[in-house]
Design a protein around this ligand. Structure first.
Ligand SMILES: CC(C)(COP(=O)(O)OP(=O)(O)OC[C@H]1O[C@@H](n2cnc3c(N)ncnc32)[C@H](O)[C@@H]1OP(=O)(O)O)[C@@H](O)C(=O)NCCC(=O)NCCS
Length: 135
């Protein structure tokens, strides 16, 4: 997981294998793992935050992130979660499109929240989805 994190997000600080080990052992961190990538959310009472969602570049643009996200939603809703939020860098077009396509709405902006390894900054965009979905 730590290796995939480094490969998928080279411009951001990566997470160590030790840190992933701690998350995997934690009861309130919910993982969805596929052969192409994984997602992880922290669940506190009825609210969750998606902390990470990665797909191996060799498998990207094939629908894996959509599946991981849908399965993560199902797991969280089954655990009585009715609200999920997350934050992405404004520069991360792929992630923004992924969440917008999956019915998330942008609810806030955090100016210059992300410091990239190249010294640049990116605003953080906060997205939210509520369940049950209103269609
Ligand atoms: C964001 C990421 C998870 C998408 O994974 P993926 O498996 O390629 O995504 P999918 O094939 O399931 O695509 C789902 C939707 O995401 C959007 N999307 C995915 N890749 C995109 C790209 N390169 N450019 C623009 N939109 C993109 C599209 O809306 C797409 O739907 P569509 O195919 O109907 O147009 C992947 O690019 C990745 O791992 N990026 C690095 C890690 C990261 O930034 N994670 C998110 C923040 S934690």
């Amino acid at each position: 997981m730590a290796n995939l994190h480094l490969i998928c997000m080279p411009e951001y600080s990566s997470w160590t294998a030790k840190y992933y080990g701690e998350l995997l052992r934690s009861k309130n961190h919910i993982f969805e793992i596929s052969k192409a990538g994984f997602g992880c959310a922290r669940l506190i009472k009825n609210e969750a935050e998606i902390l990470i969602l990665l797909v191996d570049p060799n498998f990207q643009k094939s629908g894996y992130a959509n599946s991981i996200l849908e399965n993560l939603h199902t797991k969280l809703v089954n655990l009585k979660c009715d609200k999920i939020f997350l934050e992405v860098a404004e520069l991360n077009i792929a992630a923004r499109n992924l969440y917008l396509k999956n019915n998330y709405s942008q609810i806030a902006r955090r100016p210059n929240y992300y410091s990239l390894k190249n010294g640049k900054k990116s605003d953080g965009l906060v997205f939210e989805i509520k369940f049950p979905l209103k269609v």
